[in-house]
Ligand binder design. Sequence first.
Ligand SMILES: [Zn+2]
Length: 317
Amino acid sequence: MKAVMYHYVRDGVDRLPNYYYLDITDFRKQLDYFDQEFGFVERESFLAYLRGVRSTPPSGVILTFDDGLRDHYEFVFAELQKRDLWGIFYVPTGPYQTETLLDVHKTHILLGEVSGSELLAETHEIIEEKMIPHRRREEYKTKTYKTHDDIKATKEVKRILNYYVSDEFQTEVLDRLAARIGHEPVDVSDYYVRPEELREMYQNGMTIGAHTVNHPVLSKLDKREQELQIHDSFAHLDDILGDMTLRTFCYPYGNDATYNEITVELLNSCECEWCFKVESADITDEDIGSRPQALPRYDCNEFPYGEASGSIGTNSK
Ligand SMILES: [Zn+2]
């Protein structure tokens, strides 16, 4: 079994962010490719195997889509329905509660408007010492760099915003960057799947999973804060969808350093059946048996037709 992860999937470039996205034509070609090469795992077979009701592992591809993006309703859901396929959609609930964009997406929008190196230069201008916790200050001074290579600069901006800057300053830094770059406010209801659309997807066989409230790096939070991120996101999805019959979750950013034992303990305690992280590997029988809270998942750009289009042309989380 292989799980594959997608973010933006869309038709054309007239929507924000104009940064990177998988073109719907390539998405269709990739689905054709998966169909020919591996086939798809049916939802019922997956659940039966996971729950120990079925002993032979199903083989094929499981499709997953992160961040509750409106693309998923507009382009992905329609395509999956046409092909009689199911997908798992991991939705952060913060935007429904606060009606603001998540910081991770504000970064994507900025990167859709100016080049990576331009944004990096602006970021260096804005960062003040007080915004970096003491323990990371020395590292910040020696390890962050300036570059005119846009792809490297883009990674560096994300590293500064997600890792070096204290959580309490993240929003402020992003808002100040937006003001310097002069970007227009974005309508949240055009950016994320709307609640009634999420219900329609859910009622038509799509699986909806939690992806925290506001997409933090969970391992940076204490137990109480992690608990809020996990419990509130499930509770809010329950409110939108009626009680969900199964619970699944995926870790924001998703590599091993982004969550810890406390996270897994909390997920077990709220009867979450399985979670995805990001790792280039197939899901083995052993994974299902011994670590269902850390199932590996490929990025779509690791397969044919999965390379992103857009101003930078690199896929990302
Ligand atoms: Zn995400």
